[in-house]
Design a protein around this ligand. Sequence first.
Ligand code: PLP
Length: 422
Amino acid sequence: MSPVRVEEQSPTCLLYRDLHGKKPETVVEAKGSYLYLDDGRRILDACAGAAVASIGHGDQRVIRAVGSQMATLSYHHTSRLTNPAAETLGQNLVGHRPGGLSHAIFLSSGSEANESAIKLARQYFVEMGQVDRIHIISRNNSYHGNSIGCVSLTGIPSRRRYFEPILMQHTSRVSPCYPYRYKADQETDESYAERLADELETEILRVGPRKVAAFFAETVGGAAAGNLTPVPGYFKAIRRVCDKYGVLLVLDEIMCGMGRTGKMHAWEWEDIQTVGKGLNGGYQALSAVLMQQHVVDGLKRGSGAFANGQTFQCHPAAAAAGVAILSIFESDDIVAVCAKRGAENKQTKETFSKDLPLASKLDNAIFARGVSIYSGFGKGTADGVVGDHILFSPPLNISSAEIAELVEAVRYGVEEVFASAD
Ligand code: PLP
């Protein structure tokens, strides 16, 4: 492949953070767990893009499936037509979930899926005659996407800063389940979960129980603060509170779903669930809103259709990629492989000065060692995030040797950054 150089003044330069004035590197090829740069360097993609490349890059099975779909049916409008790939993908995603989600719609990004979930929750209550339900509660230290609705729910001050006056008015946020930082020493998992459920209940009562439409949460928090894994019993307690007040529980599994936690879905007690990244593996732009039968029934009792048309929804080529990826999940036992390789070990809770800035330095040093990681938002307490963090989210089928390479690069990166700080 002939190298394409990004000019010094890249036309896309506004997209890049933390490059300190340097031009972005150019990636020209990707295979398996590796990216190949135009200068010949090979980079281990230890963040799978942004927790996207679930089965690794360049898998010919997906490429063939997308190519063949493109050759047969590249596009159609969805006002009255569907296509076999979207129907198969829907069946594969929601067809095997006893008592769980029953319907799916397909969009192109996580932001669009969450934006649609906001609208679905609202339309559901309008159709049910509960028109006062206009308020959505989400959590601090959360990220839900890029669009105005999603930023309105997102609990990262720096993501909201410029847009605050034009965000949705009827939203508020409660504490995330962040045991690593906020569970008191003497507190059990159960009492911590109950404390957070009480906080949600207090917020619902403050807003007015008949005004709250939905509670939005990432099942496992991702981009905002590192890996926020809830304590056992947290979502059970949250579900109880939501049920008590008729509030829909919407779980954003754009990042943590589709095998990333060692299970296909991080949780299965939601009314509405969104998935993205791992579902498309980076091969096509594809996300989904999955919903329970009772949500669908609510719409059916009213207008009968979700008022949410998008030009590229249920795109056949994107759906074909999703179908191929789910079939690879099964044939290559991707979720079990990921669960086996993903064991963690956390030792210290000490934080670093936000002036360093450590996450960005580590990111650069580790990249220089040939490994790409997920850049942390380590902006210190001003951003509602305690301490710097970096995040690894490699392809789910990364090999043990590649994990060793990743760990080695991180070790070098850490040593180098700390040696230069001495
Ligand atoms: N929700 C979560 C939890 C995410 O991590 C992201 C992206 O990082 C999004 C939503 C937005 O997805 P997208 O960037 O595909 O719009």
